[in-house]
Design a protein around this ligand. Structure first.
Ligand code: GDP
Ligand code: IMO
Ligand code: MG
Length: 419
């Protein structure tokens, strides 16, 4: 059996959580492979809106195994908060969640370092979620990190050594912080973490595949936030692309089956950095309002703009996407016309390949398509789509050269149309 990968093709928040929840019945196991609580994956089930940060989005399917892979960075405090909030809805995370011994821990001082570093950057700040992601991955690659498997023995000493190093680093900043209270809470949560199934997830995942089980790997963030290929330095600190599923779960490239690329029918970004098709006018405000575009993790307003085929083609290439899933089609129902960026004009030249320099001078070249001006949020079969929406999908499929297999028409589980 193969491992399918589901990931975001834009700057995050494409609706990955909802789609993982929709596809989960088709899989035995759902596994997160990178990122941490910078992610906010929303699932609307019945009248309740759940936002997951560390825990995979398959958790509402009680019979499924969920795994937090080695590539993830875990905040024990946020994790416990999620566990408690799921408990209220009858989900006993202890039953069906496994955590990799090799997942790195986010320390309280990682969060403080994140905040101090951002404050020092001033206007050029990344717009980080301030969850300690960058400093934790820095310690991972710098070979100083603490892993979930370390909590079993000799942990206090290892912790103290890393805390001391962080305190030294914090002296480089003029940043006031208070550690005691959050540290106590953190250690309480570490004790609770010991009650979970902590496993050698790479062995487990490979055995599951060998035994014919199906796995859906759930990406966080989006391709344009990838540390290697995103709009650097305005990116996150992990590999959000498909290759990240190999390193973040310990599987070989040959095990990858389908690659589901999720994109919004338009485009958003939260935090700083280039966004060629951003609309700072009334149209952008309409998209934000209709799409309820406010960050799931930080509540910040998301920047909104038209769909960008230059960036999407780049993402599809990097990930080897085999099926596209378009979300938030319903948000465009209000618009007379829909614009699509097909190229960039940079210093008078027409550019089709996503460029190295993205900081200024990019003028998107748009084509305009007719909107559908019709409520589509209750549609369940593609035959009921307005012609203009069918045309929009066909146009994208032709341009992107990958089939669209699902269209999401609202935030709820059942608001999904299989093509
Ligand atoms: P993720 O990080 O990729 O999981 O996405 P987020 O949960 O951060 O943001 C997506 C937002 O859009 C959430 O509020 C979802 O409930 C919502 N959403 C997902 N799919 C759709 C859709 O098709 N239409 C609408 N209107 N909202 C959607
Ligand atoms: P999901 O999984 C959207 C953005 C931040 C910031 C940059 C770096 O919900 O799609 P970090 O906290 O990683 O240091 O922030 O990346 N960012 C996201 N934007 N969705 C996310 O996750 C994001 N995770 C990080 O806003 O610009
Ligand atoms: Mg999100």
């Amino acid at each position: 059996m193969k491992l399918d990968v589901l990931l975001g093709l834009q700057w995050g928040d494409e609706g990955k959580g909802k789609i993982v929840d929709v596809l989960s019945p088709e899989y035995d196991t759902i596994a997160r492979f990178q990122g941490g609580p910078n992610a906010g994956h929303t699932l609307e089930i019945g009248k309740i809106k759940h936002i997951l940060h560390n825990i995979p989005s398959g958790i509402f399917h009680k019979e499924k195994v969920n795994i937090i892979g080695n590539g993830v960075v875990l905040d024990p405090i946020i994790f416990q908060e999620e566990v408690e909030s799921l408990k209220k809805f009858g989900i006993d995370v202890k039953q069906n969640l496994l955590i990799s011994k090799k997942a790195h821990l986010i320390l309280p001082t990682h969060k403080i370092l994140d905040a101090a570093s951002e404050a020092a950057k001033g206007k050029s700040k990344i717009g980080s979620t301030l969850k300690g992601i960058g400093p934790t991955y820095m310690d991972k690659t710098g070979r100083n990190g603490l892993r979930v498997g370390d909590i079993i023995k000799g942990f206090k000493e290892k912790y103290s050594a890393l805390r001391k190093k962080h305190e030294g680093l914090l002296k480089l900043y003029t940043y006031e912080y208070e550690l005691d209270e959050i540290e106590n809470k953190w250690f309480e949560c570490i004790e609770l973490l010991k009650e979970f199934k902590i496993v050698d997830s790479e062995h487990l995942v490979n055995k599951l595949i060998k035994n014919g089980k199906s796995i859906l790997a759930e990406g966080a963030q989006g391709t344009m936030l990838d540390i290697e290929f995103g709009s650097y330095p305005f990116v996150t600190s992990s590999n959000t692309i498909c290759a990240g599923a190999c390193t973040g779960l310990g599987v070989s490239p040959q095990t990858i089956g389908e690659v589901f690329g999720i994109f919004k029918a338009y485009c958003t970004r939260v935090g700083s950095g280039p966004f060629p098709t951003e609309l700072t006018d009334d149209t952008g405000n309409r998209l934000r309002k209709k799409g309820a575009e406010f960050g799931s993790t930080t509540g910040r307003p998301r920047r909104c703009g038209w769909i960008d085929l230059v960036a999407l083609k780049y993402s599809i290439m990097l990930n080897g996407v085999t099926q596209l899933i378009m979300t938030k089609a319903d948000v465009l129902s209000d618009f007379e016309t829909i614009k699509v960026a097909t190229a960039y004009k940079i210093n008078g030249n027409i550019v089709y390949d996503f460029p190295f320099e993205t900081d200024n001078n990019i003028e998107p070249i748009y084509i305009e398509l007719a909107g559908w001006k019709k409520d589509i949020s209750n549609i369940t079969i593609p035959g009921e789509f307005p012609t203009e929406l069918t045309n929009y999908i066909s146009y994208l499929e032709k341009e992107l050269n990958v089939p669209v297999s699902y269209v999401s028409v609202g935030p709820k589980r059942n608001q999904i149309v299989k093509l």
